[in-house]
Ligand binder design. Structure first.
Ligand code: OFO
Length: 165
């Protein structure tokens, strides 16, 4: 059984994860409509991963006998002038999520909630990977600059990210 504060904080994080999924789904659609099919695929996979993050928290709450409270999901902010701007916004969003996970961990430590600390360790590791992936892509996009050929090659490479499930 977990405390009410921890339960509420995890429920809030479920909403953050669902917003992340929604944001990446919107980015995927925007990339596709602009002709970047590979990028669209990359964000589709990202969307699926975020859904999994939300489901993992939901499963945990239910295992702990705690109530799952789903709230409205905000409208994602899209409309990017370039792929670089899209990935910079992605990294910024992931940094926000990393901060949220850190705050959840702070609370779990304060509450001496060891089970939640173990769950959160997975998310801590995941955030390191997500930020690193985004930074790597941003680096490549900066190298590509405004070269259409380089951007299309990179787009093709991003499209190799396999869809899950
Ligand atoms: Fe993009 O990461 Fe979820 O937590």
């Amino acid at each position: 059984m977990i405390g009410n504060k921890m339960r509420d904080a995890i429920n809030k994080q479920i909403n953050n994860e669902l917003y992340s999924a929604y944001l990446y789904l919107a980015m995927s659609a925007e990339a596709e409509i602009k002709g970047y099919k590979g990028t669209a695929q990359w964000f589709r996979v990202q969307f699926q991963e975020e859904m999994e993050h939300a489901l993992k928290f939901k499963k945990y709450l239910l295992e702990q006998g705690a109530e799952v409270q789903l709230e409205a999901i905000a409208k994602p902010k899209i409309g990017f002038k370039s792929l670089l701007a899209m990935f910079e916004a992605t990294l910024e969003h992931e940094r926000f999520i990393t901060d949220c996970i850190g705050k959840l961990m702070d609370l779990a430590v304060k509450e001496k909630d060891y089970a939640t600390q173990i769950l959160l360790q997975w998310y801590v590791t995941e955030q390191v990977e997500e930020e690193a992936n985004d930074s790597e892509i941003i680096g490549m996009l900066k190298m590509a600059g405004s070269s259409t050929g380089a951007l299309l090659m990179l787009d093709k490479q991003l499209g190799k990210r396999g869809a899950k499930g």
